[in-house]
Design a protein around this ligand. Structure first.
Ligand code: COD
Ligand code: ATP
Length: 254
């Protein structure tokens, strides 16, 4: 019951605060190591506000947090370092080799990541931003925020490049890297659902050119003004009606 009302409140919160209205949401996603963080960094250099799900995922599992206790209980002390922090490499090995364990970790972390993202979004609403970019690796897998995403940007890179960059960055074997790629929806599926695709198979200069083009399109979008105008109009009518109602009551009493 409590869980259900919490979910409803969460849903209402998103619907009332975000839906392509006061500001619109841009989902940034892609495959593992296709370059989401690289592109996210470029958007930030262009002064775009950004919420990073990977960063939040690290915050919610800090020692002492509720998710940390649950991970310790469900995955055991072998995933905890002496100083209390998670042994991320050990946990990664466990969850990428076993789909059920991955689902379990997702069930522990994802609701908390979502809640924290919503709080961060709220601060951007008050800052009067036109849009916020949500860097969410699993946007199409979890589908939770999908209904509220106005534009989606998928960072693509060809299979060989993805495998090579992932192996180089994390020192993974080809098998480990492939396991992690296979734990997500195929990149082609994500591209089919994208509003914009940025091909990051080439040099960072080539990616910069594409990022600037997408940025210009986002900045020229007026979606937020339409609903801001409607909300403003509703507020004006509501104030006018209550003022008029108060005056009518006063004159009846006189
Ligand atoms: C398993 C963990 C400890 C591994 O940590 P590590 O530092 O090695 O990787 P990092 O967190 O930087 O993630 C790197 C990438 O792995 C991929 N990835 C991470 N978790 C998952 C998952 N549950 N399923 C599929 N892919 C995932 C994403 O593409 C992500 O960008 C960590 O990824 C984690 O806690 N995952 C569960 C939370 C989650 O789903 N995070 C993704 C953002 S919502
Ligand atoms: N255009 C590029 N040319 C060469 N190397 C690149 C390019 N883009 C990204 N890289 C490198 O590829 C690796 C993966 O990039 P990045 O970390 O941005 O991917 P990601 O999608 O955010 O990864 P993850 O899914 O793990 O969060 C990094 O080592 C990065 O430096």
């Amino acid at each position: 019951m409590l869980k259900c009302s919490f979910a409803v409140t969460n849903h209402l919160f998103i619907v009332s605060v975000c839906p392509h209205s006061i500001m619109f949401l841009v989902g940034l996603t892609g495959g593992i190591a296709t370059g989401k963080s690289t592109v996210a960094d470029m958007f930030m250099q262009l002064d775009c506000p950004l919420v990073d799900a990977d960063k939040i995922a690290k915050e919610v599992v800090q020692p002492g947090h509720a998710a940390w206790f649950e991970i310790k209980r469900k995955f055991g002390d072998e995933v905890i370092q002496e100083d209390g922090h998670l042994k991320r490499d050990v946990l990664a090995k466990v969850i990428f080799a076993d789909g059920e364990k991955r689902k379990l970790l997702n069930r522990i972390t994802h609701p908390r990541i979502l809640k924290s993202m919503l709080w961060k979004l709220l601060t951007f609403v008050f800052a009067g931003e036109q849009f916020v970019i949500l860097d969410i690796p699993l946007l199409y897998e979890t589908k939770k925020l999908l209904p509220y995403i106005f534009y989606s940007v998928v960072i693509f890179c060809d299979k060989d490049t993805q495998l090579e960059r992932l192996q180089n960055r994390n020192n993974y074997s080809a098998k480990e890297a492939q396991q992690r790629i296979d734990a997500q929806l195929p990149l082609e599926e994500k591209c089919k659902q994208a509003t914009y695709i940025i091909d990051n198979s080439g040099s960072t200069e080539e990616t910069w050119t594409q990022v600037k083009a997408v940025h210009a399109k986002l900045r020229s979008c007026k979606a937020h003004w339409v609903v801001r105008f409607i909300l403003g109009l509703i507020a004006f009518v509501a104030i006018f009606l209550s003022f008029w109602g108060a005056r009518a009551t006063m004159s009846l009493l006189e």
